[in-house]
Write a protein that binds this ligand. Sequence first.
Ligand SMILES: NC(=O)c1ccc[n+]([C@@H]2O[C@H](COP(=O)([O-])OP(=O)(O)OC[C@H]3O[C@@H](n4cnc5c(N)ncnc54)[C@H](O)[C@@H]3O)[C@@H](O)[C@H]2O)c1
Ligand SMILES: O=C(O)CC[C@H](C(=O)O)[C@@H](O)C(=O)O
Length: 333
Amino acid sequence: MAKYTICLIEGDGIGHEVIPAARRVLEATGLDLEFVEAHAGYEYFLEHGESVPEATIEKVMATDATLFGAATSPSKKVEGFKGAIRYMRRRLDLFANVRPAKSHPVPGSYENVDLILVRENTEGLYVEQERRYGDTAIADAVITKRASQRIGEYALKLAQRREKKKLAVIHKANVLPVTQGLFLNTIMDEAKNYPDVQSYDVIVDAAAMHLVRNPASFDVLVATNLFGDILSDLTAGLVGGLGIAPSGNIGLEHAVFESVHGSAPDIAGQGVANPTATVLSAAMLLDHLGEHDMARKLENAVDQVLLEGPRTRDLGGTAGTQEFTDALIRCIK
Ligand SMILES: NC(=O)c1ccc[n+]([C@@H]2O[C@H](COP(=O)([O-])OP(=O)(O)OC[C@H]3O[C@@H](n4cnc5c(N)ncnc54)[C@H](O)[C@@H]3O)[C@@H](O)[C@H]2O)c1
Ligand SMILES: O=C(O)CC[C@H](C(=O)O)[C@@H](O)C(=O)O
């Protein structure tokens, strides 16, 4: 039996391109890995009537960690459809969505950025409870003390292990003192147990401005689900864009790693997707398994190829997914 088993889920669109690329990179590490393939996404839903079959959940639970490509969610209501990644986050209680943004040697990346956005991954507006009364539509935002406390604890422990030891609690308690106030106050109370971490609160709109003006001043950020969703695309944009930004959906028992980007229907099937975000998510997966040296080796190889080329189109180059992946593999070996 291999040392680690890894579940691979391609999903939709460019998921079919970036997961095989990341698999080749993982195979090139020489680690003793066994891969198990599973299905999820909109294409699977159209064929089988469900977006995440139970067999996929079982494979995610039975393997050591999962690498997910991307999945499509249509912007209209489709009867019986559940967004694949959103369903998996809640079903597997993957409560922490960890989204690092680090400077890369690519055009448009700020220098000296090294931050991690921790997004609460199970509630907020993502409980997806919407209803319509005539011309009025209402969505619930659920915030619980339990989920706020555990995401706060996760972010504080993460900040404690880092050099700067700073935690920005992102909120909108000035307008929503009951829901956002519960999130903010619960985390600020928890922070009293971490006196070595400098915890401070920032209102989300101001946080967006500060992130663009002075991203190097941030260390760890924690936010409710939708604010974290929006700000993590912003932080991806600070350091080279969606082609580069990785993430991990982490629970107490299971973990699913995935790029921040989606299925990119505008470029899917053309062989031009940048696999970096998925490869860096694979590096996070290796860290999760305790393979820290190999994780650093992957990250260093990514930055070396980003610096020297070839680069993919989203970063101003002309390389396709294959050519970029080949260069990465040469660099690892
Ligand atoms: N975690 C997920 O599975 C996830 C995340 C985001 C969006 N989505 C879904 O994906 C679909 C498309 O959403 P979208 O277009 O708003 O976002 P997207 O992230 O798929 O694409 C946004 C833009 O970034 C580009 N891009 C993204 N990844 C790239 C890569 N690896 N290399 C090069 N360019 C890349 C795309 O070509 C596009 O122009 C939607 O159905 C959405 O619901 C899923
Ligand atoms: O396409 C979906 O079903 C979800 C997209 C997803 C989200 O959390 O909203 C994506 O934007 C992300 O940041 O992971």
